[in-house]
Design a protein around this ligand. Structure first.
Ligand code: EPU
Length: 431
């Protein structure tokens, strides 16, 4: 078993560079299936969700060549299967994008229901609604296989009942080669939706309006290979911003799009942090105990749910009482129990958490419940006095490239340690 062992209490200082966006790349990799050609993609983060998706593409017959750690060439001409079994799809949530991409290419997809973080019920009814609007017949087979099939996909209007990132992306993937015009209304507006649209257009698609709540897609007969660079990861950047502020540090976060970070910057400023924006970097510093503030998660451009756990750590040491309302997921406060073990005072009632700020946190053995909860536990460890051990760190490595090395480069005292299974004794000698 691997754990992170953190010796906390040191302000994080220095410079760190953000990697490519996880939630963009996990949509863009399946989108290469639509090209039937070679795509060269740069700024790919080296994280386990990417490894899992590339493994699936390989098994399906794609030729994938790593040019270097962050650049791949994918040749999808030889993909000859539209089936993705549970053993593969369970490895990441984004495997459901294979449904849209395979449907777009073969007019047929059989993909087992995906895995991913447990954040409450994660239905895919809006994805299915979109596929059906385009003319596919969708059935749920044995072993939770989603079977989507059409004679010929035809453009149509799709009104999403809830703003869903996944459903918006899946509808885009299925529609780019459908005959005629598709209009997705009440579409999600996240930066990764815009990145996918740009990627599809670079392959010859005709997608307009991404980043607004109406996306119009005129189907094209054929797409071609291309070269593309993934945008920087908004949530990775936000995680370093909050870590800098929570530890009373001073960090320059490089390779970011400051516009994508506005909702996070605004809340940090409200808590008393200094935030300086440059063209493609952002500097966050804090010289006092944070002030309280309330946050409510919303689809983009609102405050991102994927930053809620990290920000709650900052609020756990703020002056006063803060209220955090989670309006995207039903169950995203599981980390509160772990944080309480470190001395935080959090009362969770359904989708609201009331956080009574304490002077400081104390190191403890804790667990990463999911990806962003895990990132939050790391920040808690950096803030706390004493030693924090975090278990189940594979969740964190799904979405943060070189997380130990990057945090060490800004002064964090963190080590990855391997323990024989069942050995719970920790040696407290983190340097
Ligand atoms: N929803 C439905 N029906 C659907 C789809 C979604 O009711 O068919 C509901 C969900 O239950 C949820 C809300 O709509 O309450 C939003 O879900 P959405 O579909 O937007 O989420 P997702 O596509 O499954 C992506 C990210 C998540 C991020 C959410 C919200 C990927 C691979 N995942 O999930 O990222 O929290 O959007 O922004 O892009 C993470 O990176 O840690 C992560 C969990």
């Amino acid at each position: 078993m691997e754990k992170f062992v953190i010796s906390g209490g040191t302000p994080l200082k220095g410079e760190v560079t953000v990697s490519g966006a996880k939630n963009a790349v996990v949509a863009i990799l399946p989108a290469t299936i639509l090209a039937e050609d070679v795509c060269r993609i740069e700024n790919i983060p080296n994280i386990s969700d990417v490894t899992a998706m590339i493994n699936i593409l390989n098994i399906m017959g794609a030729h994938v060549k790593y040019i270097n750690k962050n650049t791949v060439e994918i040749d999808t001409r030889h993909i000859n299967s539209y089936v993705v079994e549970h053993e593969l799809s369970k490895q990441l949530r984004a495997s459901y994008y294979l449904i849209g991409a395979l449907l777009g290419r073969f007019s047929h997809a059989e993909v087992a229901m995906p895995g991913g973080c447990y954040l409450g019920v994660r239905p895919i009814d809006q994805h299915i609604k979109g596929f059906e609007a385009l003319g596919a017949k969708v059935t749920m087979e044995e072993n939770a296989m989603v079977n989507a099939q059409a004679d010929r996909l035809l453009g149509n209007s799709i009104y999403l009942d809830v703003v869903s990132v996944g459903a918006t992306i899946n509808c885009m993937l299925a529609a780019v080669k459908a005959r005629g015009l598709t209009v997705i209304e009440n579409a999600a507006k996240e930066p990764h939706i815009v990145d996918l649209a740009n990627f599809l257009n670079t392959m010859g698609a005709d997608v307009r309006g991404a980043g607004t709540d109406v996306i119009k897609i005129r189907g094209v007969e054929k797409l071609h290979g291309c070269e593309y660079t993934i945008i920087p990861d908004q949530i990775e950047a936000g995680t370093y911003m909050v870590a800098a502020a929570a530890t009373k540090g001073d960090v320059l976060i490089k390779n970011v799009i400051p516009k994508h970070l506005e909702s996070i910057s605004a809340k940090l400023i409200e808590c008393g942090a200094n935030v300086e924006e440059y063209d493609d970097s952002i500097r966050v510093s804090m010289d006092r105990r944070p002030g309280k503030c309330n946050i409510k998660t919303m689809p983009h451009p609102g405050f991102p749910t994927d930053m809620q756990p990290q920000f709650s750590v900052l609020l756990s040491i703020a002056r006063g009482v803060s209220i955090v309302t989670e309006s995207v997921w039903d169950n995203r406060f599981r980390y509160a129990e772990q944080l309480s073990r470190m001395g935080a005072v959090i009362r969770v009632n359904g989708k609201t958490a009331v956080i009574e700020g304490v002077e400081g946190l104390k190191g403890a053995p804790i667990r990463a419940d999911d990806l962003r909860a895990g990132a939050a536990m790391m920040i808690a460890g950096f803030v706390a006095s004493g030693v924090t051990e975090i278990e189940e760190i594979y969740h964190i490595e799904r979405g943060y490239e070189d997380v130990v090395e990057k945090f060490r480069s800004i002064g964090a005292k963190i080590e990855r340690r391997e323990y024989p299974d069942g050995d719970d004794k920790i040696q407290l000698n983190v340097g």
